[in-house]
Ligand binder design. Structure first.
Ligand code: FE
Ligand code: FE
Ligand code: ZN
Length: 279
């Protein structure tokens, strides 16, 4: 079965995001719990959280993904930015204990001129302070395009962070197809090669979710501009091969394409149809 959904707005609450997911034919989705370009979060609403937990259970949803704010940089050169990152992730993880069994995805960070080794150590140190052994959320590092001084375009950099995390059962990876492509991983011509390289470097058992995006730019461009499925340079066939790949079966596939609910519904219908014909 194809687990598929999209990044959805929570401006009308968590339960409404779950209802929107059902409406577009999804059985998973991704949300922000706070302002993605800032830090502020609305106070937690227990009744709304409970309603979403019931909705996902009753409808047999796959795990959902909470995305950390883009402003988070656990290896910033600035003290207060690092402290803010830690307090945001700690607060988000605490909130997520009321939605047990899901994923928390974050962009590993930006080097800002510092040595890679120092950065991966800072990120892992933060994770070791905020991840509790008994928590019910798995924290995912997202593969990145390498734009600016972004960490996460190479599997080796992600491995360097992961290997320093004590709670190995609470850490994983989220693929982002646009970022992988822009970061130089050719899943169009050599999907098996990319998956083998990931498996050798990190291990496919750590791969927990996939952001399904086409890209507006060329392989290795380090740009990070998402395109709708089939409207970018990777193309529909490549995306279909990915969602149908036996090694990726069962993962939640989340669209982060630049469109609205109707557009996501159409993409989901198209991908479900292709999945049915190819598996
Ligand atoms: Fe992301
Ligand atoms: Fe993404
Ligand atoms: Zn992106």
């Amino acid at each position: 079965m194809l687990n598929i959904g999209a990044h959805l707005s929570v401006s009308k609450g968590l339960e409404q995001a779950g209802k929107d997911a059902l409406q577009i034919g999804a059985n998973t989705f991704q949300i922000f719990l706070r302002n993605p370009r800032g830090a502020r979060a609305k106070p937690a609403d227990g009744a709304d959280t409970d309603a979403l937990r019931r909705l996902t259970a009753e409808n047999g949803f796959a795990p959902i993904v909470v995305h950390a704010p883009y402003t988070m940089n656990a290896c910033s050169t600035q003290d207060h930015v690092r402290r803010l990152a830690e307090s945001m992730i700690a607060d988000d993880l605490e909130r997520m204990e009321d939605l047990p069994g899901n994923y928390y995805n974050f962009h590993p960070g930006s080097r800002m001129g510092q040595e890679m080794g120092a950065c991966t150590a800072m990120i892992a140190d933060m994770l070791n302070r905020v991840i509790a052994p008994e928590q019910k959320t798995i924290v995912l590092l997202e593969t990145m395009s390498g734009k600016g001084s972004e960490i996460g375009a190479s599997f080796g950099d992600l491995y360097a962070i992961m290997t320093q995390v004590r709670q190995q059962d609470k850490i994983g990876i989220c693929f982002d197809l646009c970022h992988l492509w822009d970061g130089g991983h050719d899943m169009v011509k050599d999907l098996d090669g990319v998956l083998d390289s990931f498996d050798r470097t990190i291990g496919l058992q750590y791969l927990r979710a996939v952001h399904v995006n086409d890209s507006l730019n060329a392989l290795g461009s380090r740009k990070d501009r998402h395109a709708e499925i089939g409207r970018g340079v990777m193309g529909l066939d490549a995306v279909v091969r990915i969602i149908c790949h036996p090694k990726l079966r069962g993962l939640p596939f989340i669209l982060e394409t630049p469109t609205d609910l109707n557009g996501h519904a159409a993409e989901i219908a198209m991908l479900k149809d292709a999945y049915g014909k190819n598996t």
